[in-house]
Write a protein that binds this ligand. Structure first.
Ligand code: DP6
Length: 369
């Protein structure tokens, strides 16, 4: 079995002086939720997500070898500039700095370079859509491209595994934004090669009902989150229902595995909606407790339930750690569901904003050095 030490880069050339890469990485939406973690970004339970297609971060990584002319200068610090949509963005720097610190052990070459990280999202800034997953994934892909230049004999398998491993150290859910349309993170006996260290593509035969599965994201509240995910994860320590939750998640993943294979949408809906509500139930029952749903979140959920009852169209919802609602439905039902969303749900969105997305494939290389 692969372990952390397998990801320490130890034989690489030092020839590379400068260059740049551009990678895009998508956001993902968890169907079985990751909520709770152990030391070093190890998840307390397994999770499974759909990779999105249109919501992504595009990051350009420029790098040049640092020169240390004076004896007093050493490569004891990281050196990087951070741009967001081409403009310097100081407030993003601490998060990136922390990420670089966490991954340095595995990428000891980082301090030899000065980096220019220029990043942008395809979705509106502060839309409440988490950019940490796509952002950390895009940066991890770029760093792996640099590492591959230093060590050209690296296999493709190792490249993607380590990219997911590094992304996880930036933000847990980011490890599910590297490769694959459906990704599992966390060791699970029914998922081959699954690991707590990185995400793996779900490769069992996925039923055609899930081809191009649609996700329309309703932007209910674009405000800053009241509680960061990191804090929320921490509140699962000493949580009265944590032990039960950590047993439930792998069971739900087992059930979902069969459902993804047999295409039973009625059962799919039950697991997905229950997972979303359980996530929020964990928040409501932690100490301190908090509620991230807004009145409009509940109004939308009720509308979805009525629509589903009346039409028998298999539309369901999921939530992430916020008030926005992800409306999930098969491609076959796209027209009537979009009409329903426009007629009945858009009124609950802030400034009427929503984003039509669907299952995607993972990160993509846009510019090679
Ligand atoms: C509710 O991955 O954002 O979206 O590891 O602290 O960066 P950190 O947390 P993060 O947590 C995501 C939580 C979630 C569920 C999920 O995506 O599985």
């Amino acid at each position: 079995m692969i372990s952390e030490t397998d990801f320490i880069a130890n034989h690489y050339s030092t020839e590379l002086n400068q260059g740049n890469f551009i990678w895009s990485a998508p956001s993902n939406i968890a169907l079985v939720k990751y909520w709770g973690k152990k030391q070093d970004q190890i998840p307390a339970n397994q999770s499974l997500s759909f990779t999105l297609n249109k919501c992504k971060t595009i990051t350009k990584l420029g790098f040049e070898r640092r020169r240390f002319d004076k004896l007093s200068e050493t490569n004891s610090t990281f050196s990087f500039d951070l741009l967001f949509e081409g403009q310097p963005k100081e407030d993003f720097k601490p998060k990136i700095h922390k990420f670089l610190e966490r991954i340095e052990k595995y990428c000891p070459y980082l301090k030899n370079y000065h980096f220019t990280i220029d990043t942008q999202n395809t979705f509106p800034h502060s839309s409440g859509i988490a950019s940490s997953a796509s952002g950390m994934a895009a940066l991890a892909m770029n760093i792996m491209s640099l590492e591959k230049e230093l060590n050209p004999s690296m296999t493709e398998e190792y490249f993607y595994k380590k990219a997911s491993f590094l992304a996880r150290l930036g933000s847990g859910s980011a490890c599910r934004s590297i490769k694959g349309s459906i990704v599992v993170w966390g060791e699970h006996q029914e998922i081959e090669e699954s690991s707590n260290l990185f995400g793996v593509a779900f490769t069992s035969g996925v039923h055609s009902n899930f081809n191009n599965y649609q996700d329309t994201i309703l932007l209910v509240d674009k405000g800053e989150k009241q509680v960061s995910s990191t804090l929320g994860h921490d509140l699962m320590h000493n949580h009265p229902f944590a032990a039960q939750r950590f047993l439930q998640a792998p069971e739900n993943l087992s059930k979902l595995k069969s459902i993804l294979e047999n295409g039973n949408l009625e059962e799919f809906i039950k697991i997905v909606e229950s997972e979303a509500l359980t996530l929020h139930a964990m928040m409501m029952t932690s100490m301190p407790y908090f509620i991230l749903m807004k009145p409009n979140t509940l109004a939308i959920i009720n509308k979805i339930w009525s629509f589903r009852n009346e039409t028998k169209i298999p539309v369901c919802f999921t939530l992430d750690a916020g008030a926005n609602v992800h409306v999930l439905y098969p491609e076959n039902n796209k027209n009537e569901t979009l009409q329903f969303i426009k007629d009945e749900l858009v009124g609950y969105c802030q400034n009427g904003q929503y984003i039509c997305d669907e299952i995607g494939f993972g990160s993509q290389l846009i510019l090679e050095n």
